[in-house]
Design a protein around this ligand. Structure first.
Ligand SMILES: Cc1ncc(COP(=O)(O)O)c(C=O)c1O
Length: 415
């Protein structure tokens, strides 16, 4: 078939589609030996899902159900939910939001598609602009979202070694060059894949740089505050008219509802509303209708603080314990677990290639994600990007332990 440029770009085989294919097949196979440590699915936390299911039962038996399935919302998203969010954020943060500061989307992934292509790519004057990721490695889901080629650039991190064979990536501000070709800065906080939470100081510095260069700062808050609040360090959430804060209902345990939330100045929200009208008519109204009552009655944040965050934090402690036991005598390093639910292991100077390791583990029914997928725009010669893997640790302890032991045995055999 003779596809358009768009068609060619969006249908060509890429590493991540291949990987998602593998993970999808493994998830749906009947093989009970599979150890699934790849993928970014949130855990099914019993108390949280019971709470959402109870809410859904109430909703189905109310008059709101007919509206939810029978009416389009406006392109900006469900008004009642937007108003409830405005009140909730204004109650907890001094941001003075109005309804014109919030747009809903069909999930963060689609928020980023609209935002990146709104701000970067081919400009009316013929120039080309990019989105800058100030701290590689960064969320792989951004990689292929550009309608134009070469829409992203990223910067290698500073690596600080910590006690107990842990390490932390930090933004190398000396290497962060912002010129006229940069349309916006974007960072996930907590970061997928590493579990890093960039510090308040780093964020303030990025904010200052963005304002100085009159470009927006996009913060991907999919795992962050105030919901689902998978943040285990001291970190503040900030917003101003130059910040585009992206949230999602997915990591609360509701990825099937495909609901993203963007908080930004009126102009950006107006632009997203226009794009949404063209692309989807209106975003999905199920997630917003389901959570409106809980947000209005201030029940969502307590659920995050009493159930969801402690669940992931406890899993993080188990992951650290297992890491210490299993890799004690090897030069394997763990990125400090500050948020989200991923372990990022670095096989330092061990001659391990993470793409090869991925294949070797797949042969043994263990699925992880090779780190090389997360270094978009970093030059191929930097060996660090082939020395790391991402593991989803929000699992049963025995399954995680077995998987980590197989990883250990495999690297020991091949290095
Ligand atoms: C950092 C990050 N941002 C955005 C997304 C997309 O989330 P969703 O489209 O489900 O809202 C994900 C999903 O895993 C993610 O990890």
């Amino acid at each position: 078939m003779n596809y358009s440029k768009f068609g060619k770009k969006f249908t060509k085989s890429n590493a991540i589609s291949q990987l998602m294919d593998d993970l999808g097949k493994a998830n749906h196979s009947n093989n009970s030996n599979i150890i699934m440590l790849g993928g970014g699915n949130p855990a099914l936390i019993p108390e949280a899902s019971e709470c959402f299911i109870a809410e859904l039962s109430e909703l189905i038996n109310s008059s709101k159900a007919t509206q939810m399935i029978g009416l389009y919302d406006a392109p900006q998203g469900n008004e009642a939910f937007i108003n409830a969010l405005v009140d909730m954020f204004n109650k907890h943060y001094p941001w003075e939001l109005r309804a014109s500061n919030i747009a809903l989307t069909n999930g963060s992934q689609s928020s980023f598609f609209s935002l990146f292509n709104l701000l970067a790519g081919e400009m009316p004057d013929g120039s080309q602009k990019k989105i800058l990721f100030p701290l590689a490695p960064e969320y792989v889901g951004y990689a292929d979202q550009g309608l134009s080629d070469k829409m992203f650039s990223s910067v290698k991190p500073e690596i600080t070694l910590l006690d107990n064979k842990q390490f932390k990536y930090q933004i190398d501000f000396d290497a962060l060059h912002i010129d006229k070709s940069i349309a916006a800065i974007c960072v996930s906080r907590p970061t997928n894949p590493t579990g890093n939470v960039i510090t308040d100081q780093e964020l303030a510095k990025l904010d200052q740089l963005a304002q100085q260069h009159q470009i927006p700062l996009i913060i991907d808050n999919a795992y962050g505050l105030p919901f689902p609040a998978a943040v285990y360090t001291d970190a503040e959430l900030s917003w101003n008219q130059n910040t585009i804060l992206c949230l999602s209902l997915s990591k609360l345990g509701l990825p099937g509802l495909r609901t993203g939330i963007v908080i930004a100045n009126d102009n950006i929200i107006h632009a997203l509303r226009q794009i949404s009208g063209i692309m989807t008519l209106a975003p999905n109204g199920v997630g917003s209708t389901l959570l409106t009552r809980m947000v209005k009655n201030d029940e969502l944040l307590p659920l995050c603080h009493t159930i969801i965050k402690p669940y992931y934090q406890q899993k993080a402690m188990v992951a650290i314990e297992l890491f210490k036991q299993i890799f004690a005598d090897l030069p394997v390093y763990l990125h400090k677990l500050e948020g989200a639910f991923f372990m990022w292991l670095w096989f330092k100077d061990m001659g391990v290639n993470s793409d090869t390791l991925y294949q070797q583990l797949k042969q043994q029914d263990v699925y992880i994600i090779s780190g090389s997928n997360f270094f978009m725009g970093i030059d191929d010669a930097w060996e660090h990007q082939y020395q790391c893997i991402r593991i989803n640790y929000a699992k049963d302890k025995e399954e995680l332990k077995k998987g980590l032991e197989i990883i250990r045995n495999t690297i020991c055999k091949s290095s």
